[in-house]
Design a protein around this ligand. Structure first.
Ligand code: VNL
Length: 391
């Protein structure tokens, strides 16, 4: 080897050592493929999460663990075939280190195999059927599970003199989870439950609400996906159920903060159990809501926004822990057990299930000044997904 050659090799060696130290790595952004329903019937979920992801980068900066986060947003319009194709393209062509988003259960499920094969973490920010995290060891969730939100409702209802409940849920994963977890717990306490399921696409609630009206239960337990509550409540009023003395209860999706003002006073008095209300009383949440509303005039953050915001937080924390190493195995390992203060309260990623452990709050929809809010009045702390906790 000539002297010149040796010098060059030496320089290259130094360059390689520097890159191993992370200096060259820092030049290269860590890409996050964000797949959301930005159009179609569930576009409100996409809008909320997209706004929250942008807010996270604006408030916390884009550099975490020495690496710059770069978000690539794709619209699947709520169609699972599109989600799968977009996730595949993001992994193969864009070389993303993380897949994130997933507005509905079928969309999260459609991506599970890609996450497993590519060893790319799939951060589920919205979809909430309990079984999702079991579909891939690379799935981690920052939203919630329907059993986690619905079982505390059964306890509250029974403790508050409700004996007979009619459940109306959307007929797919999260609705079935909500119905079976609520009914299981409420019946075990001694209550009686009748149940109907309504189609996910183009739902007409009228015939189901007619049955509820004839059955005269003490309470109507309802789950509909985020955004659909406005239509449900309109038909609830049209059937005269608001005047029939039937109490409205359920997980908080039906009185979602995004649409609560639009639903109007008919929602007053609804009792729901959920992990997030824009009215959550903490300094962290007050600042979050104020900054969100400043960046998105006329919009109130809902539980989807918080799932998106915390999803970004989780990626940022994991990168910090791996010192910028974005390999899938390192990232998912760092995500297990991660904990932080969310706008919703304290949260932790369960290292065994990769689901989120969080407080569930009992809330009553009421007027706060001139606005309608879900006001929290009781807290069940550190709730794990009960389906997996029983296994
Ligand atoms: C799901 C669950 C979707 C809860 C939702 O809104 C929701 C889901 C779009 O898992 O599909 O509020």
């Amino acid at each position: 080897m000539t002297h010149r050659r040796m010098v060059l090799t030496g320089i290259l060696g130094v360059a390689l050592a520097a890159s191993a130290d992370g200096a060259a790595l820092a030049q290269e952004a860590v890409k996050i493929g964000l797949v959301l329903p930005m159009t179609g019937p569930f576009a409100s979920t996409g809008r909320q999460i997209d706004a929250a992801v942008k807010l996270f980068l604006a408030r916390e900066g884009a550099v975490h663990g020495g690496r710059k986060l770069e978000v690539i947003l794709k619209d699947d319009a709520g169609n699972a075939d599109a989600t799968r194709r977009l996730a595949q393209e993001l992994v193969v062509n864009d070389k993303v280190s993380v897949l994130a988003g997933f507005g509905l259960t079928p969309l999260a499920m459609a991506t599970a195999q890609i996450a497993t094969q590519a060893k790319v973490p799939e951060v589920v920010m919205a979809a909430a059927t309990a079984s999702i995290t079991e579909a891939s060891p690379y799935i981690v969730r920052t939203s919630f599970t329907l059993p986690q939100a619905s079982e505390p409702m059964a306890d509250w209802a029974w403790a508050n003199g409700i004996k007979k409940v009619f459940t109306v849920v959307t007929d797919y994963g999260p609705g079935i989870d909500a119905e079976t977890s609520f009914a299981g717990k409420f019946k075990a306490a001694g209550g009686s439950v009748e149940s109907v399921r309504v189609p996910l696409r183009n739902p007409d609630f009228a015939p189901f609400l007619q049955r509820v009206s004839e059955a005269k239960p003490d309470a109507l337990f309802v789950f509909v996906p985020s955004g659909v509550g406005a239509q449900f409540m309109k038909q609830f009023v049209e059937r005269g159920l608001d005047k029939a003395g039937i109490k409205l209860i359920g997980p908080g999706d039906v009185v979602d903060d995004d649409i609560l003002e639009g639903i109007g006073e008919v929602a007053l008095g609804a009792i729901t159990t959920h992990h997030y209300s824009a009215a959550h009383d903490s300094p962290a949440n007050k600042a979050f809501v104020a900054d969100f509303q400043k960046a998105n005039p006329g919009m109130r953050p809902n539980f989807m926004a918080v799932g998106g915001y915390d999803g970004m937080r989780l990626v940022a924390e994991a990168l910090k822990a791996t010192k910028g190493d974005a390999s899938g195995e390192k990232l998912i390992a760092a995500m297990k057990g991660a904990s932080w203060e969310s706008p919703r309260g304290p949260v932790r990623i369960d290292p065994e299930t990769r689901d989120i452990i969080q407080n569930v709050y009992v809330r009553k929809t009421q007027k706060v000044g001139s606005e309608l809010h879900n006001v929290e009045f009781a807290t069940i702390p550190n709730v794990k997904d009960p389906v997996k906790a029983r296994k």
